[in-house]
Design a protein around this ligand. Sequence first.
Ligand code: WT7
Length: 627
Amino acid sequence: MAEQIETLLKTSTVYRPTEKTLSEAYIKDYETAYKESIADPEKFWDGIAKELEWFSPWNQVLEWKYPWAKWFLGGKCNISYNCLDRHVNSWRKNKVAVIWVGEKGEERIFTYAELSRQVNRCANALKSIGLKKGDVVTIYLPKIPEQIIAMLACARIGVIHSVIYSGFSAPALESRIKDANAKMIITADCGYDRGKSIDLKKVVDEAVSKSPSIEKMVVVRREKPGNTLKENEIDWEEWMEGQSTNCEAEQLDSETPLYFLYTSGTTGKPKGVVHVHGGYMVGTYITTKYIFDLKDEDVYFCVADPGWVTGHSYIVYGPLLNGATVLTAEGKPDYPNPGRWWDLISKYGVSIFYTTPTAIRLLMKYGEDWPGKYDLSSLRVLGSVGEPINPEAWEWFHRVTGGDKPIMDTWWQTETGSILVSPLPCVPLKPGSATRPFLGIEADVVDKEGNSIGTGGGFAVIKKPWPSMMRTIHKDPDRYLGYWNNIPNCYTAGDVCHKDEDGYFWFMGRADDVVKVAGNRIGTAEVESALVSHDAVVEAAVIGKPHKTAGEMIKAFVILKQGQTESSELIKNLKAHVQTELGKIAVPREIDIVTSLPKTRSGKIMRRVLKAKELGQDPGDISTLEE
Ligand code: WT7
């Protein structure tokens, strides 16, 4: 970690905003705006909330009973109404809301009016099969517009959506359906990955056969002729057909749950992070607007999948709350060739482009000729998310896009709902730093006791509640408390961070047993338990190891049962087993067979020691090590 900090801090170049960027920006003076916002955060958030539409106003901005927060108490609203009706009732009615491009090059375009009609029909269709406020719907779809439509339809009638990334395997899907007690699931026959069709229905069938809470399944059938459906399975088209395009949005209390989103932690079971309509709407709305400086003329392209939080907040909710035109594309950045995204940018005149360090590093490998082939002059503001961006990747991204577009390195988490530390376009940039806290956010770097470190390294924390924070972990309030009990009087994010003399934040990675593979969060405990569930394994320990494009990769150390012998066949089987249990993203790249693991006297595996050994570093304090 220390070495990483060193390399990051060596970069001293500061990129100041161009005159054009400054003249366009909503916020031109960050320091003043920030000071004002945190002098009275409740006043700040109150003002922002008023930019949106509420059925009835709140009578209290915040109720804070440490660590439980409620925002906009007594207020009635609906996030789906604010994403759709607010625009349909304005000149934006026929403005393009979503441009979707499929992996095979298909294009589907939805104006706000059309998106609204589809969402209304879907909401009525949900009602027609008995779903009502408070019920949970699992959405397991590839990156197609139905994913967005289904989310907004659920929100419209107060149904809680639980979107599961379509790369998860059947057991992973099953455990998430069960935890949420979902009544129905919306899926598709297949997804496409580099031209290959992935059979999603098969995964869902397996998961649903063991999930008695599921009463109905709706299937989007992309392939013709469509696969045959069983009883209780409905074709999406048939389901939607004949439904009225009018379904009034429920007037919901601001604290009504909007969604559960499962994310990995340091112990086995994934956590169902709970977000609510009111505060989440306010947080995603204003961060999208100010950080990307989003204007009505912009074409906004975020490469995430709504299966992850970035897709929830910055493909669906944030941009649509702002009445933006959103481009979303199925498929990988280098398929059919490494010009894929640059081509889309030039074809649709994308002005805001939000991507990930992993994708940038992947595209870097193919060289500058690829971006060089396309007209990228429409770009105005760039973004990065998911993991620290190394200065080399930052500089490359900056250079190939013209050398004058600000890059917003946005730091946040599934739990935070919206971006908390990030530049605004007016902020001077240092490649590799997420720079400063967003308006209204009191972020800091502290030691274990919660003392501010001034400048130097420590733990990233948030000192006051904010509207889009998670409200709890579904069925596990103790795990929620853990975030606020770790370091006194603040929310602990789990990240190691360095603060420099300008108050700039340099996020260095996780302080806990969470690995970030290509920006995806994977708990080492989950991979370990998948490995141990294999017949040949008695014990496993998993660590994250630096990787050139993915940021980190998974490495596993495995102790075999007596009588088992090491072979390349066995390693292959172990990898396949993890893929079946969890999904492709969690498969260890390297597996070492070992005869013992470093443990504390109480029997806890010391992953820290394994990691240090693997990286040839000093393991630090090993006084608790048993042998
Ligand atoms: C973790 C949260 C935030 C949406 C996507 C991931 C890491 C995220 C950055 C960044 C350095 C970052 C942190 C954080 N992270 N963005 N700009 N710089 N690290 O959401 O899966 O909930 O993961 O991602 O370690 O804790 P997530």
